[in-house]
Design a protein around this ligand. Structure first.
Ligand code: C5P
Length: 305
């Protein structure tokens, strides 16, 4: 018998992280309705795994059913796939399967992680050799947070968030991620921001002190400088967050923060044992929470078979 090689089914899995914003400065809306941002992103250790295989047409599925994730062409992962093939002028399609570990509609950019992971996975599946520059540019057309999901680590975000630049970050921290049973829609939070902040600065800025504290790895200082301009809008839409925030502050973390447009809340801890005991305490009080390290890597291939 000849030693015919059995072609393996090409399958690539890419893991992409959740993000938080250590500083989220939001300006008054631009003519296109989007808000100029001056943000410091950090990738944290909650992940979505995206697996792609060749298929005659585009489709997307989840490894476990989750409300709020579209399973048709409107899913941002499918949009990412279509954008990549359009960029290369090729006629290919894939089945995309997502294992979600990032909270849905939690303000942690789970959809953006899926888009970033899909771009990278398909690039490897079809060996397209897309340059990093092109991947970042295509990512930026898909959503404000998608380029950062490719980059990971800690980074400066400007424009509407899509222009990213790595930042030196010597800190190594533990986030207690406090989940909410109900999500918040990002556009509604930005709309409420507009109503509450008619005089927002058109050119928001990052405090130099935060950049310096990250470069030095001064966690306590980073904790004291955490800031999110969308917080008043999220509190206004979800008054229950005020009580949760109070419960978190009483535990004495290095900092408390709303994640992105919310409603996920975060506590910063330098010490993992403190983070774990905060999780135990909050779980006892009926809150859903977990620990995630930061910063972590951006989208990366985990299996290729
Ligand atoms: O860019 P992305 O698709 O993630 O944005 C989702 C929505 O969030 C936008 O349609 C817009 O309503 C709001 N947004 C904004 N300004 C930004 C980012 C997002 O108004 N810089």
């Amino acid at each position: 018998m000849s030693e015919a090689l059995v072609e393996p089914v090409p399958r690539v899995t890419v893991r992409a992280p959740a993000k938080i914003n250590l500083h989220l400065g939001v300006g008054s809306p631009r003519p296109d309705g989007m808000h100029p941002l001056a943000t410091v992103y950090q990738a944290v250790g909650l992940y979505d795994d995206v697996t792609v295989t060749d298929a005659p047409s585009w489709s997307v599925g989840l490894t476990a059913p989750i409300d709020g994730v579209p399973l048709d062409g409107s899913n941002i992962a499918v949009q990412a796939g279509r954008a990549l093939v359009a960029h290369h002028g090729i006629d290919l399609a894939a089945r995309i399967t997502i294992a979600k570990g990032i909270p849905v509609m939690g303000g942690m950019a789970g959809g953006s992680a899926d888009a970033a992971a899909t771009l990278l996975a398909l690039d490897r599946l079809w060996d397209l050799q897309t340059s990093d520059e092109d991947l970042l540019r295509i990512a930026g057309t898909l959503g404000s947070d998608v380029p950062f999901a490719l980059l990971g680590g800690t980074a400066l975000g400007t424009g509407r968030g899509e222009l990213v630049e790595p930042l030196e970050d010597r800190s190594s921290v533990w986030w207690v991620v406090v989940l909410s049973d109900e999500g918040l829609s990002t556009p509604s939070v930005y709309q409420r921001f507009d109503a509450l902040s008619p005089d927002a600065d058109p050119e928001p800025r990052i405090p130099d002190a935060l950049i310096a504290a990250l470069a030095e790895g001064y966690t306590e200082e980073v904790g004291a400088l955490l800031h999110n301009d969308l917080w008043p809008a999220a509190r206004d839409l979800r008054p229950d967050l005020v009580d949760t925030e109070e419960q978190l502050r009483i535990l004495g973390p290095d900092g408390v923060l709303l994640s992105g447009s919310g409603p996920t809340l975060l506590m910063l801890h330098e010490d993992v044992e403190e983070a774990r005991s905060a999780v135990a305490e909050l779980t006892e009080r009926g809150l859903r929470c977990t620990v995630a390290p930061g910063p972590v890597a951006g989208a990366h291939v985990v299996t290729y078979a």
